[in-house]
Design a protein around this ligand. Sequence first.
Ligand code: ADP
Ligand code: MG
Length: 616
Amino acid sequence: MKKDKKQKSTKEKVGLFKCIRVTVPFIIKSAPWLFVISCLVLLCQAFLESLQIYVLEDMFNGITELANGNTTVIAVMLAILLWAGLYMASVGLLYVTNYVDEKFGYTSANAQLIQCCEKMARLEPIIFENTDKLDDIEKATNGRDRSRDLLNIIKSLVLFTLPYLVIVSIYLIKREPLLVVAMVLIFAPTMVQQWAIKKLYTEKEDKQAPLRRKQGYYAECITDPKYYKETRLLGGYRFFIKNFRDLLTSLIKLDLKTGIKKELLFFCTTFISLTGRLVVYYMLFRFLMNGRISVGEFAAVFSSLGVLESQLHNLFYNTFSSVSEGLPYIENYVRFLNFPEMSGKEVDLGENIEIRLKDVKFAYPNQTGNALDGVSFDIKPKETVAIVGENGSGKSTLIKLITGYYKPSEGEVKLNGNDTRDTSFPSVAKRLSAVFQRYPHYAMTLRENLAIGDISKEPTDEALRKACAMSGFSPEEKWLPNGFDTMLSREFDDGVGLSGGQIQRIAIARAFYRNSSIIILDEPTAAIDPIEEARIYGRFAELSKDRTSFIVTHRLASVKIADRIIMMKEGKAVEMGTHDELMALDGEYKRMYDSQRQWYESNENASTDIEAEAVN
Ligand code: ADP
Ligand code: MG
């Protein structure tokens, strides 16, 4: 199948207000008391800071009057002490704010992390096949942190900057209204430039996210124990590191390009505001000379202008620009939180599940052509079904649809009459166990590795031992020095390293440990030889007689034992029947069987052994 280039990514529009509506309440709810305390402290800070302008005026007027002999030293000292007290109090509050904010940040970051993990677990699985959505997920992680920054910005804007500006503006209007107008004029042009910054960062993020994902993958190929043996053997290290470096260069280039554009914008803004500041200083000087303001007012306004300017600077340059920069990331986060989740009603499918597929079609996202193209069949409870066909013929996709993991694009899949589209996946999963081509191997003990197969039941030694026996090993094997408590990874002290075959047996034992109605082996045996595969599948079929079982393979040595064989070709179920029926048909199955026959015949004795073992 080809990637569909025509298909455009249709991204949901989000915007600032939706970002606030979706993220802010959750963050506040994660630690409401800490939030309230930090708000109150911030408000106090705003008052303390802004009152300083009044106290400063008093202080300087006092000093002037003292020089003219109109007041006492004590009165001036008191004014100085009051100013110093206010200053100390606002510094003290700063420490309180930092402490409370740190605690609040930590608590809310954890709450959001858990929210994301839970969301990931609820996502509709097909999302993981969609590269656009994977990029969104990648970007969402970044947006999660930015959403907390956004709340901090809103908080300090509403509870600090605004009250401060209002109080100081009232002061200025009372003394000299022209000063307020001048202040506003200095910073107005910056507002206009903010949308440009947002656009700049949206574009950058859209280009960088796919590159970062690829880069992460190459890093994994180099460092992950899963790959590095092969990577070294093939000399692939150089290939991966070159790709990694190339991507890094592209990422840095994009960062630089955006950075330069942003700095240029800021340079222009700084120039405009510097001119404005000079105008304000000139006005202030003229007002003092004209006698429109007193020396105390001049000193108070002059010294407050620094604070006022840094507040406005902070508001326009840092606050607004960090919102503009962060918004595209937060929008991705919000989009991620809105991704479709697994839906459908909870049903109890019971022990005996009848599976019906009717003209099922399925296409992967962003691909042209169907991976399944009109598949229909019924499967009775407890049947042993082999799904066979060449690589890429649609076997694994068919399994994912039968189990309701993916929903059909057309047609229907019904489990005991329940359409998988309307049935919750966990209700099906409860009745299901499966080992796939790429089965995980957890860095935990053997006991935990098996128990995770069904966390709803108590992992007694008896139940675990039974599952191991079904998979053809016992906890007393030499390769398991501490029995069930053997740590199955060298990453930990006393851990053991396992061979591919041993890992696979554990994966199959885990599937058996679960009391499921349907059990699936989707070529977990692809890495081993056909005869060993036939041995495992033979035992599997025998032990799964009381459940519906699916054997998926492209090697036909192991499928004679199945009640029914479904031959897949190019997304279609082209032949169906027992081994003998399909051989008699003289079609695709026979052709494939004959092409592999040579292999089995030279191992004739071995396969007789297998059949004998399967029956025992
Ligand atoms: P099989 O298990 O028989 O080897 P699959 O069911 O894995 O085959 O694949 C069937 C077809 O669907 C193939 O053409 C394959 O390229 C395509 N396919 C499988 N997985 C994906 C995916 N995640 N995205 C796009 N196409 C896919
Ligand atoms: Mg497959």
